[in-house]
Ligand binder design. Structure first.
Ligand code: FAD
Length: 499
């Protein structure tokens, strides 16, 4: 008797194991696909990495964790108890802000306390701040169904009720004013305007040009909260890799994809070295620009989309600091005196201010194992332009000196003499390690009101069976959006291939 032929699963190949690739892999595996991830590096996780310097441990990429429910959703989808792999806690203070004029404020996680502190330190009525945060929430609720949760590039999506509601309210979303203008009008007090302008950098944009709709970002931090994963940010990709493996996803680490094979106009699989791996669908989680330039070199590229302005990059110093600073929290910002000039330099002149805004993240405040007792692990980040061939070897020591000067003056101690361990990450290394074009952190910037619509879709308009997910495509960069990107892409594949 003939044995019944086993039903062959549709095969999906994902290029890259960034956070969006992992999200897509879990969802596709759950939907019944045989999923294989090809990752160039020896570890999965993309921009989320980890480094040990002597007795100090650092998360090398993201430090701020918001919207953890998108991680939780993946475990729920698979029916796996999340606590077996991953846990996190709410952070009780979202950030400490310092200005050179001696002003400072601790942004308590509780929005009422934060608003009260704004009133006490800067004389802005707390009711004003709470109203601003309510409006931020309204903008978020109105826009998320349009801009974040589904493809912006499928016409039928615009006929959904939630999307129509968002589209009808577009005039209310300050698309025609800059974020800075909106903040200036609503908040007025210059220190607090700067504080709320800073949220443009959450997707690598310029508050003086980004549309006012980005004033929805503070909702995430001040109404919903920020979180810290047990074991540090690296726990996020580690947990997702374990979940993916449990769902049957196969990982090929240390395996670079050299080409997406397109036959008769249709994506048929990928090539790595001399080997061809066939697939029913190919998903690139690699930055969309090198995907077209390197893996699809023979195919016409969507030049207008690829020409969009990129988000900023970053220069990060990982410093093992030989003492504790009780006046600092988990996240700290030391503001530049001339914020507008800092962004002009970043985006127009592709350079860095002599007085940069300095972000200091001290993971050891929440994860004591990251530094020896009585010491701290500092992740010191300055926003810098993408890599356009600047002389970074000359620039880095200058920026380092300026950071040290600013921090030492404000903290009243010579920081350089406290550095016990040190390493640096710059736009060149971000680019070479993750293929992120010019080392941008978040793909395309949101510096104009059409940016969301001009971002590359999650599918190829020309090549059937080819899809995209990750920070360089819709809906954009950052961990939560990348998790959503994986979801949108997996949903599109499922819809397209059901018919
Ligand atoms: P990526 O992380 O870009 O990974 C792509 C993967 O593809 C890589 O692993 C790469 O090795 C692999 N790959 C590339 N080419 C190939 C190939 N040809 N073959 C096989 N594999 C390939 N976000 C936040 O939410 N909060 C933060 O605080 C924050 N801070 C950041 C700080 C820094 C320094 C950086 C760099 C980023 C930060 N971000 C932050 C942004 C966030 O890290 C990214 O938006 C997100 O991780 C990008 O994920 P992704 O899915 O696009 O893939």
């Amino acid at each position: 008797m003939l044995k019944p032929k086993p039903v062959e699963l549709k095969k999906a190949i994902i290029i890259g194991s960034g956070i969006a690739g992992l999200s897509a892999s879990i969802r596709l595996a759950k939907a019944g696909y045989a999923v294989e991830i090809f990752e160039r590096s020896s570890v999965a996780g993309g921009k989320l990495g980890e480094k040990q310097l002597g007795s100090y441990r650092f998360d090398t990429g993201p430090s701020l964790f918001t919207m953890p429910h998108y991680v939780e959703e993946l475990f729920d989808l698979c029916g796996v108890p999340m606590q077996d792999y991953f846990s996190y806690e709410k952070v009780n203070e979202s950030c400490r802000y310092f200005w050179d004029d001696g002003k400072e404020i601790s942004a308590d996680a509780d929005r009422v306390s934060f608003a009260a502190a704004c009133e006490k330190e800067f004389g802005v009525p707390s009711t004003h701040i709470l109203k601003y945060l309510d409006q931020s929430q309204q903008s978020f609720e109105l826009t998320r169904s349009v801009f974040l949760e589904q493809s912006l590039h499928r016409v039928k999506n615009y006929f959904r009720k939630s999307v129509l509601r968002g589209v009808l309210h577009l005039p209310q979303l300050h698309l025609f004013s800059s974020m800075h203008r909106v903040n200036e009008k609503k908040i007025k007090e210059p220190h607090l305007v700067q504080l709320f302008d800073r949220f443009a950098t959450y997707n690598g944009s310029d508050p003086y040009r980004a549309p006012g709709v980005l004033t929805m970002i503070p909702h995430l931090e001040h109404n919903v909260g920020t979180f810290f994963p047990k074991g540090g940010m690296i726990s996020i990709p580690r947990a997702l890799v374990q979940l993916a493996i449990r769902c049957g996803v196969k990982f090929h680490l240390d395996t670079e994809v050299d080409r997406i094979r397109v036959e008769k106009g249709i994506a048929r699989g990928v090539e790595s070295g001399a080997t061809f791996f066939p697939a029913d669908v190919v998903i690139s989680n690699m930055d969309v620009i090198p995907t077209y330039r390197r893996l699809l070199a023979q195919e016409p590229a969507p030049e207008k989309t690829l020409a969009q302005e990129r988000s900023s990059s970053a220069l990060i110093f990982y410093w093992g600091i030989g003492r504790e600073f009780p006046q600092l929290g988990l996240h700290n910002i030391f503001f530049a005196n001339d914020y507008r000039r800092e962004f002009e330099l970043l985006f127009q002149e592709k350079s860095v201010s002599e007085d940069p805004t300095v972000y200091v993240h001290i993971s050891s405040k929440y994860n004591p194992h990251d530094a020896p007792a009585g010491k701290e692990a500092w992740f010191v980040l300055v926003n810098v332009p993408g890599n356009k061939g600047q002389n970074w070897d000359e620039l880095i020591p200058v920026i380092r000196k300026n950071c040290l000067k600013k921090l030492s003056a404000r903290l009243g101690v010579d920081i350089a003499s406290l550095i016990e361990e040190e390493d640096v990450l710059d736009p060149r290394s971000i680019e070479s390690r993750t293929s992120s074009f010019q080392g941008s952190l978040y793909g395309a910037a949101s510096n104009n009101r059409n940016a969301a619509f001009l971002r590359h879709p999650n599918f190829s308009r020309r090549i059937p069976n080819l899809y995209f997910c990750g920070g360089s495509v819709h809906p954009g960069g950052g961990i939560p959006l990348c998790l959503l990107s994986g979801k949108i892409t997996a949903d599109l594949i499922h819809q397209d291939h059901l018919q």
